[in-house]
Design a binder for this molecule. Structure first.
Ligand SMILES: Nc1nc2c(c(=O)[nH]1)N[C@H]1C(S)=C(S)[C@@H](COP(=O)(O)O)O[C@H]1N2
Ligand SMILES: [Mo]
Length: 238
């Protein structure tokens, strides 16, 4: 039975979508099952590595010009009015930012490539928003903080090491190619972690939790790699 286990809000590793934010759609069980199968089969693994200093396209990837939409199928209706960001856990200065608070932070513009584990890559995305570096300078991680768990309004979660979140190209993005990020792509605010496969870049981000121990997210408990480096094809866990 594909049951409630796979639905955000009822599983052990996901949580209920926010009460204040309505959602449309339902988890696409067939898509989730297909992606779990890919992980078991090692789909798209080439067994090679590439060097980002020399190659632009990671192994097993193909270039696309459009920007595909990929999510669980639950699309939260997050607006600049009902969105807020909580940063908590092992930080000296926990915070909750409204949209206005977020806009009052320094806004930066970054250019990066997207690499999705489903094998598409898209070059030269222009993002604007608040850098992870700035955010971390405000919340000040405690010495024991080593991991980050992103929580999103659709119940999705994903985890990264604090050092990967602290990289100088990581952004909480509000715009793409000069336009507000659309609802499909995780607007009003999504995470962008360019050095890792794109499932690590949480759409509709609502909470960033700093932890001493690693805690796996939605795809990580379903056979996807904990770290997710495209250059060494960290697609699946072994
Ligand atoms: N909140 C949330 N973030 C998410 C997902 C999701 O289902 N929910 N899917 C992830 C996956 S698997 C991918 S490939 C990218 C897709 O982002 P895009 O739809 O903007 O291309 O978002 C990631 N972030
Ligand atoms: Mo993905």
């Amino acid at each position: 039975m594909t049951g409630d286990r796979d639905r955000p809000g009822t599983g052990r590793h996901e949580e209920a979508p926010d009460d204040a934010v309505r959602t449309d759609g339902a988890v696409r069980d067939k898509l989730v099952a297909a992606k779990e199968r890919w992980a078991r089969d090692g789909r798209a693994l080439t067994g090679t590595t590439a060097d980002p200093a020399r190659d632009r396209l990671p192994p097993g990837q193909r270039l696309v010009e459009d920007w595909p939409v990929l999510d669980l199928g639950v699309q939260p209706r997050v607006t600049t009015g009902n969105w807020s960001l909580t940063v908590d856990g092992l930080v000296e200065n926990p915070l909750r930012w409204s949209w206005d608070d977020f806009q009052a932070q320094p806004q930066e513009r970054f250019l990066s490539d997207i690499h999705c584990v489903t094998t598409w890559s898209r070059y030269d995305n222009t993002w604007q928003g608040v850098s992870a570096r700035h955010l971390l300078s405000v919340v000040r991680p405690k010495p024991e903080a080593r991991f980050v768990l992103f929580h999103a309004y659709d119940g999705y979660t994903t985890n990264v090491a604090l050092e990967d979140f602290a990289a100088d190209d990581v952004l909480l993005a509000t715009s793409w190619e000069g336009q507000p990020i659309s609802r499909d792509h995780g607007g009003p605010v999504r995470v962008v972690v360019p050095k890792l496969y794109f499932w690590k870049s949480a759409k509709w981000v609502k909470r960033i939790e700093l932890l001493a121990e690693d805690r796996k997210g939605y795809w990580e408990v379903r056979g996807y790699h904990n770290h997710a480096d495209p250059w060494t094809e960290e697609r699946y866990s072994d």
